[in-house]
Design a protein around this ligand. Structure first.
Ligand code: ADP
Ligand code: GLC
Length: 479
């Protein structure tokens, strides 16, 4: 079974969030399940630089305003089809935004081109690789099912995975003629979306199967509170929709061999050895040395992630004797709030604005708990890293956070199955109480260590979920 995955970012080549981790980890995970997966992505400068043995396998004289070619090659152990279209992708930095921090004005064209190239591959235009399934990720690849729908059959079947329904790729109707879709596609059952063109909307209509990244999120997005305008469509397509929780790459995220840690550890010796990592975090970020509870945050600083709510809870956190190490970047106002909090509480709150893969590993290996107060969270990966690293997740009870963390209620504590703290609904008072609850649990070191152990024992690998994707592909091929 041959699968072509299509994504706008892929770890370790280009990453702005969890989508990249998932797109980068799935191919290896699927290998044991009889699926050969190649990944199509834009040939950004970083991808071009990493691509080995590149061979052109398809050429376009004109793909949305310039010549383009598909390059088959490998990079970072991944089998890639890189879409080399310099007029669209030869731009360094963030894959979506220009130097001014704003979305590139031609993003519709860039990602329609990616989708078009994937659809072409899905009807067998690429030498040596005719996929049975085209698996598109998020709005940037979501037109692939639309293009394939209007292709003479037989062509590949399509799967669309929604990683975050907040990002929909909505553009003015004036772009429609340039997309090269038939007139009939500009309709309510097609890409038309409140008079505009919706890339995600189109993909959701035309994909043979839809997945999202946790069972709870697959239910939430069928409701007006979480569906962001697409809940009606998702209710209508409920039979095509499944939730498959993300796994993590347990080789890259392995406390037993993680080079970013001061000291590696395994479940047998984690208590003492994590302490060395805690000292390393304190030293690196200028925090007071203490055995009190050290929280961390590794996150985009946005409304989705509930970071404004956390900012309101910092006085209380410090008053309880806890400390916070925060790594993140995002909204300027939130970055400012956290910088100010660090100035107000030197030694107690440390804030590193920016993106730092290495430090994100050290925080998981050295902090006692990770705070994730998201308003919505399709899956979330940082709680999974936390479980694997014995960094206890304190999370809001939404989406994938609800599905992957076992709350430390009395029953779970008795059975030693608790792995974290959940709270709901998401507001400053419930988060403040969750922080207090975590502090109390931490004071009972036996209970705390048992939670860490249960977390470290949790299967957060891709094993089960890769099997589910493989089953879904099989089912589509038989239908
Ligand atoms: P989302 O994709 O919504 O941002 P996820 O939890 O799925 O949320 O994935 C976020 C990914 O990005 C994780 O791998 C996390 O470790 C990483 N990450 C987020 N912010 C930073 C940062 N400032 N530095 C390093 N890694 C980060
Ligand atoms: C999105 C979601 C996040 C999820 C990630 C990978 O960025 O916000 O919850 O873990 O995609 O699926």
């Amino acid at each position: 079974m041959k699968i072509l995955a299509v994504a706008s970012e892929v770890f370790p080549l280009v990453k702005t969030g969890g989508l990249a981790d998932v797109a980068g980890a799935l191919p290896a995970a699927l290998k044991h399940h009889g699926a050969e997966m190649r990944v199509m992505m834009p040939a950004y400068p970083k991808v071009m630089a990493a691509l080995e043995d590149a061979k052109p396998v398809h050429r376009y004289e004109d793909l949305f305003g310039g010549p383009a070619r598909l390059l088959a090659g490998t990079a970072a152990g991944l089998d890639l089809l890189a879409l080399d279209a310099p007029h669209l992708f030869d731009r360094s930095g963030n894959p979506y935004t220009g130097p001014d921090g704003k979305d590139w004005p031609d993003n519709w064209m860039r990602f329609a081109a990616l989708s078009r190239a994937a659809a072409d591959a899905g009807r067998g235009t690429v030498k040596d690789f005719a996929p049975d399934i085209v698996h598109a990720h998020d709005w940037q690849a979501a037109l692939a099912p639309a293009y394939l729908h209007f292709t003479p059959q037989p062509a590949a079947k399509t799967v669309l995975t929604v990683h975050n329904i907040a990002f929909q790729g909505q553009f003015s109707a004036s772009i429609f003629p340039a997309l090269g879709l038939p007139e009939a596609a500009f309709s309510i059952g097609g890409v038309e979306y409140y008079g505009d063109v919706g890339f995600l909307k189109g993909g959701l209509n035309y994909a043979d199967a839809i997945t999202t990244v946790s069972p709870s999120y697959s239910e939430e997005i069928r409701t007006p509170d979480y569906g962001m305008g697409l809940d009606g469509l998702l209710r209508a397509r409920r039979d095509a929709l499944t939730g498959i929780v993300n796994g993590i790459d347990t080789d890259i995220w392995n406390p037993a061999s993680d080079a970013h840690l001061a000291l590696s550890y395994v479940p047998r010796n984690f208590v003492q050895r994590r302490l060395a990592n805690k000292r390393a975090v304190e030293e690196r970020l200028g925090l007071e040395q203490s055995d009190g509870l050290l929280f961390c945050v590794v996150s985009r600083l946005t409304w989705q992630k509930g970071m404004d709510i956390l900012a309101q809870c910092l006085d209380g956190l410090v008053a309880q004797g806890a400390r916070l190490a925060l790594l993140g970047s995002g909204d300027a106002a939130l970055e400012n709030d956290f910088r100010e909090a660090a100035e107000k509480y030197p030694g107690r709150i440390a804030v590193k604005i920016g993106y730092d893969e290495g430090l994100s590993h050290l925080l998981q290996g050295g902090a006692d708990a990770i705070l994730i107060p998201s308003r919505f969270e399709p899956c979330g990966l940082t709680q999974l890293y936390g479980l694997r690293y014995g960094c206890v997740p304190v999370v809001s009870r939404v989406g994938g956070l609800a599905d992957t963390v076992v709350d430390a209620n009395e029953a779970a504590l008795d059975q030693e199955s608790a792995t974290g703290v959940q709270f709901a609904p998401v507001d400053a008072s419930t988060l403040a109480r969750a922080i207090e609850r975590a502090t109390r649990l931490y004071a009972d070191r036996k209970a705390w260590n048992s939670m860490q152990k249960a977390g470290m024992k949790t299967d957060v690998s891709w094993e089960k979920s890769a099997a589910r994707y493989a089953q879904l592909y099989q089912k589509l091929l038989q239908s």
